[in-house]
Design a protein around this ligand. Sequence first.
Ligand code: ZN
Length: 467
Amino acid sequence: MTRPTFDRTPRTPVSRRSFLAAGAASAAALSLPTRAATRGHRQGSVRNLIFLVSDGMSTGTLTLADLMIRELEGRPSHWCALFEREGVRRSMVRTASANSMVTDSAAASTAWGIGEIVKNGAIGTTPDMRMPEPLLHRAKRAGKATGLVTTATVSHATPAGWACNVPTGRADEPAIARQMIERGYDLLLGGGRRFFTDEKIALRPQSLTVFSREELLAAPRSLGSPLVGVFSDSHMSYELDRPETQPHIAEMTRVAIERLSLHPDGFVLQIEGGRIDHAAHANDAGSLVHEQMAFDEALGVAIAFAEHRDDTLVIATTDHANGNPGLTEYLSAGRTNFLRIAEWRHSFEWMTDQFQRTDSSPESVRAIIAEATSIVLDEDEMDTVMRWRLGERLIPFRGQDKGYGPLGSVLANHNGVSFISGNHTADHVELTAFGPGAETVPPVQHLSDMHHVIARLLDLPPALPSL
Ligand SMILES: [Zn+2]
């Protein structure tokens, strides 16, 4: 597996205390207002928006990746380092949808997209079946370049909620893909070749298409034609399993920013770490931590672009929590076991694929798990895994006793990370804003509130009542 060659040079985080001390001293000496007080947040003062979504990220997921990065690289994650920067706003976000305290990605992204609370499964469609113009379309009409990047299918719920109005909902990915092409967004990168067929892409004949990492990295950095890049038939691979033909999320982010930032009137870009949610559903601690670490590299790329400018707002957030994982083992064993996750080589998805290629005997299953995780299960644990493979009920809570839940539970004995279920949860979630206008983000809000903050800061035209 080839790892991308990004600049991993740790940036020295400026501590809040040292910054404030220096800022207060120089401001007092010069009798000038501090930078925070002068930073503009007029309507329309934000030229570019980079909105990064770690899909299905419980606060525990953010914690686990930060713990791992600190252990491996001796620095905080890019996300947690933001908390110490001047001018950064953190917000606690409520996520309930119109018909569920536990939202799904469609209702959550649509809340951002149209600023209204809708039902689970809805894409740009209100409970009374109106279809207000979504955020990305408004940005395009305002003359901005627009882009969507994800590691899931491009037509998945989180990109779709910003870009489309599809009354048949999130499952209708063929219709979503068609609408994304027809609406002429400037850049679409991710998985889902099965939905982005040649015929559909041809609806915009001038599109530049790329189907591999190599082609993406060689794509010209110009805005002359829309860029459509689809790198897998369905979702892109988990980072742990990623073949060389698929780009890293940070590479897609870099190409997207390099292209879209050429636009004279600025850009709006959503970047989704879509498989973080899938790893949480699967209770796959190894994939979860590695996906969140990959997402953090993408965030680092966005911060590096924005930090020396005064016109780019970077938002890092999630649409809902999922599985609420946590390291829950004391003393040195907790740390030792957690660090084993750094050595995981493959996801649960890869393991089950391998199970099906063998005779499925206990010996084969044990060997495959050991190859993926370096963990050798004992007889009791193997008994549980084999019963799980036969579909037996093993965990009293049905929300956890499904999918890969029992496998994740067995492996928690070796990595210390446990989940409460294989479902999304109703937890409030984190939003971190960095750049001009960050101070106008409400400290407590609902997902739908962010739509109005963004529309005001970007000075978008009023939404068309229906598209
Ligand atoms: Zn999910």
